[in-house]
Design a protein around this ligand. Structure first.
Ligand code: C5P
Length: 313
């Protein structure tokens, strides 16, 4: 650590994601499911600050901080340590995480913080790695971490870590219903999906993304995107969290052009055509319930980005 007045530090802003399509294939031998997904970053952000320090630490604050571990099990500190190990960096960082992305909400909040920690530490340690060079470490931390390094709109395959960008023109307006009760565990939702499929005798095919969604995203035709939204985990999330059926119905009755549980849930994303429609739907949902926090966001947005740097040139 350098001697002197101010410690060196870097702050990175990172968005959450929603899945516009999630096709779940067979369970693999490594415990993951083969996926075909289209995901999209939306403008709800966490901020991760890495400050040079003699020892590793993490502090969590912000609107959605409750329940996020402030110790070595936090995925962001694991990310910083993995990067240091891989590139032989000596010394440590104190991480500060300001959380706004829902926790255990199906929006990849923990993965976002890990991606942000990689980008912050890369800048702090002057490693000058590209996002592609950070990808292998990101993939080792979690299936969604590589996507949060890049952001935008992408197709994910494998367990979600293999990415191909999707051409998407313009932006989409979303209203998000966020549960104010404890969220859902991702492994439990996948297990429930397997259970429901086995009970129904479903033969699980290799996952293939639908052409309809990608075509609709090219023109950002809201009606076509709304009609093509699809999530294979939705039935499982609703089975474990039955209020989600009411949430989905309420938003559609109030005029949303599409509705989907994001990832493993329980966050529900409603698609609308304009910012004015988003405000109307937010007001309607808040008045009608079910009880939850209502947020508005547009997407796609950029992935993890340095927003402040106190590092001597
Ligand atoms: O990769 P990540 O740690 O975010 O995944 C959390 C859990 O979600 C995995 O342990 C697994 O149970 C489930 N999962 C899965 N198939 C995927 C991604 C995640 O079964 N493609």
């Amino acid at each position: 650590m350098s001697q002197g007045a101010e410690p060196r530090g870097v702050t990175v802003r990172v968005p959450g994601k929603i899945n516009l399509e999630l096709v779940v294939g067979p369970l693999r031998e490594d415990g993951y499911h083969e996926l075909a997904t289209v995901f999209h970053t939306v403008g709800i952000y966490d901020y991760v600050t890495a400050i040079e320090s003699d020892r590793w630490s993490v502090q969590v604050s912000g609107a959605t901080a409750e329940g996020v571990p402030g110790n070595s099990t936090n995925l962001a500190i694991k990310a910083a340590k993995a990067l240091a190990r891989r590139y032989g960096v000596e010394g440590a960082v104190a991480l500060g995480i300001e959380k706004n992305i829902p926790v255990a909400g199906g929006m990849a909040g923990g993965s976002a913080d890990a991606a942000a920690a990689l980008v912050a530490c890369d800048a702090l340690w002057d490693l000058q790695l590209t996002r592609d060079e950070l990808e292998p470490i990101a993939a080792g931390l979690g299936s969604d971490v590589p996507f949060l390094l890049h952001g935008g709109t992408a197709i994910g395959s494998g367990r979600g870590e293999r990415l191909a960008p999707v051409l998407a023109r313009g932006e989409l307006h979303w209203v998000l219903w966020v549960s104010n009760k404890p969220g859902l565990s991702t492994p439990q939702v996948y297990a429930e999906c397997d259970r429901l499929r086995a009970a129904a005798g479903v033969q699980v095919a290799d996952p293939v993304p639908s052409g309809d969604l990608v075509a609709a995203l090219r023109t950002m035709d809201t009606d076509a995107v709304g009609a093509a939204l699809h999530n294979d985990l939705q039935e499982a999330a609703c089975s474990l969290y039955p209020v989600l059926d009411d949430v989905l119905e309420a938003g559609l009755e109030l005029g949303a052009q599409g509705a989907i549980v994001s990832g493993s849930g329980p966050t529900v994303a409603f698609l609308v055509g304009t910012q004015a429609a988003a405000i109307d739907l937010s007001v309607g949902l808040a008045a009608r319930g079910p009880d939850g926090d209502i947020r508005r966001a547009t997407g796609p947005v950029a992935g993890a980005q340095v927003v402040q740097s106190i590092v001597p040139p």
